[in-house]
Design a protein around this ligand. Structure first.
Ligand SMILES: *[C@@H]1O[C@H](CO)[C@@H](O)[C@H](O)[C@H]1NC(C)=O
Ligand SMILES: *[C@@H]1O[C@H](CO)[C@@H](O)[C@H](O)[C@H]1NC(C)=O
Ligand SMILES: *[C@@H]1O[C@H](CO)[C@@H](O)[C@H](O)[C@H]1NC(C)=O
Ligand SMILES: *[C@@H]1O[C@H](CO)[C@@H](O)[C@H](O)[C@H]1NC(C)=O
Ligand SMILES: *[C@@H]1O[C@H](CO)[C@@H](O)[C@H](O)[C@H]1NC(C)=O
Ligand SMILES: *[C@@H]1O[C@H](CO)[C@@H](O)[C@H](O)[C@H]1NC(C)=O
Ligand SMILES: *[C@@H]1O[C@H](CO)[C@@H](O)[C@H](O)[C@H]1NC(C)=O
Ligand SMILES: *[C@@H]1O[C@H](CO)[C@@H](O)[C@H](O)[C@H]1NC(C)=O
Length: 259
């Protein structure tokens, strides 16, 4: 079971204890319960926002809206309920940016690699499900040779961003992606697990979907680095990150544990 499937099921159970009827042997019942959960999430969508945002209590983060849209793509794929397809298209389009990679001008100045990946997951998920493509753009055509493969093209653009950013920084710590990609941002001197795991996931899912070895090699390289840097410790304990500031060269890992 994929993590996203588990999430939906858990959400259904969590709410069923309060107010939902759910018969897990009855597909109609499952779909009805899932529809209630999905509309509960969708209620937070700010339809006045031109940045595809869900309103959330402060402090809110742009990446959470990316996660929300990915959940609605999952919902659409599991149920075939097309209620949200048009809004998913609009919101994701509003966040693509001029390079079609989820680096929109509206978020510049604070968007980091770990924020970007939460939107990239929506493109990877849409790609894998064969979700309806975005309107044709030459940029999609030029990247993957077929303008109907918008989701794959977007994921490839983000993958290429991460490769470029990794290579710019490979002189410290033997590689690794930094938390921030903007050199002026606080956190530029930190290589962290969530960013590298997002890059790993992007490479691994593209590898599986396309069979292209460039992605396989990068997934292996990111995994190897995550282990040799100590961010993934023995027994698969995953730690927060490591600094390359002031010559630290990732010599000491922040052991705040995430998994
Ligand atoms: C399945 O669930 C739907 C919706 O709750 C209900 O109308 C229907 O009677 C159920 N079918 C069976 C066989 O229980
Ligand atoms: C919804 O978005 C609009 C446009 O950006 C903004 O003015 C408004 O404050 C947002 N609503 C809430 C509840 O945040
Ligand atoms: C969704 O549609 C596909 C293709 O028609 C079908 O194979 C699948 O069973 C449907 N899923 C649900 C949950 O209705
Ligand atoms: C996409 O590529 C095809 C084949 O090369 C071409 O005919 C078509 O005009 C292109 N579309 C766009 C929007 O670039
Ligand atoms: C582009 O991809 C779509 C969907 O996979 C396919 O139906 C179509 O034949 C492809 N077009 C070309 C020119 O390869
Ligand atoms: C920094 O660390 C990497 C790998 O851990 C090592 O290969 C490299 O020599 C180190 N650089 C310095 C200047 O110590
Ligand atoms: C494999 O992926 C890389 C990176 O996106 C790309 O440059 C290359 O053209 C791809 N190769 C094929 C055969 O599609
Ligand atoms: C990853 O590490 C394995 C085991 O040390 C090694 O065989 C492999 O060549 C490495 N691959 C890459 C892409 O770094």
């Amino acid at each position: 079971m994929s993590p996203s499937v588990r999430l939906v099921v858990l959400a259904v159970f969590a709410v069923s204890a309060l107010c939902l009827d759910l018969d897990i042997s009855n597909q109609t019942s499952i779909k009805q319960a899932a529809a209630i959960i999905a509309s509960g999430l969708y209620e937070y969508h700010n339809t006045s926002s031109t940045a595809g945002l869900f309103n959330q209590p402060e402090p809110w983060f742009w990446w959470l809206s990316g996660a929300g849209w990915t959940a609605l793509i999952d919902y659409t794929a599991y149920t075939n309920d097309t209620t949200y397809v048009s809004d998913i298209h609009t919101a994701l389009s509003q966040n693509l940016g001029s390079n079609y990679d989820f680096v929109p001008a509206e978020q510049s100045g604070w968007e980091a690699n770990d924020d970007q990946v939460h939107w990239v997951y929506s493109a990877l998920t849409a790609m894998e499900y064969g979700f309806p493509p975005l309107p044709c753009k030459a940029a999609f055509n030029n990247t993957v040779g077929n303008c109907t493969k918008s989701w794959q093209a977007i994921a490839v653009h983000a993958f290429e961003d991460f490769v470029t950013r990794w290579n710019l920084d490979s002189q410290t710590c033997g590689g690794g992606l930094k938390w921030q990609y903007d050199p002026t941002a606080k956190g530029w001197t930190y290589k962290n697990s969530v960013s590298n795991a997002g890059f790993f996931q992007t490479a691994a899912r593209l590898a599986r979907y396309t069979g292209n070895e460039t992605y396989t090699d990068w997934a292996t390289k990111i995994w190897n680095w995550s282990v040799t840097s100590g961010l993934v410790g023995s027994g698969y304990h995953v730690y927060d990150g490591s600094s390359d500031g002031d010559g630290a060269n990732c010599s000491s890992v922040d052991h705040d544990e995430w998994s």
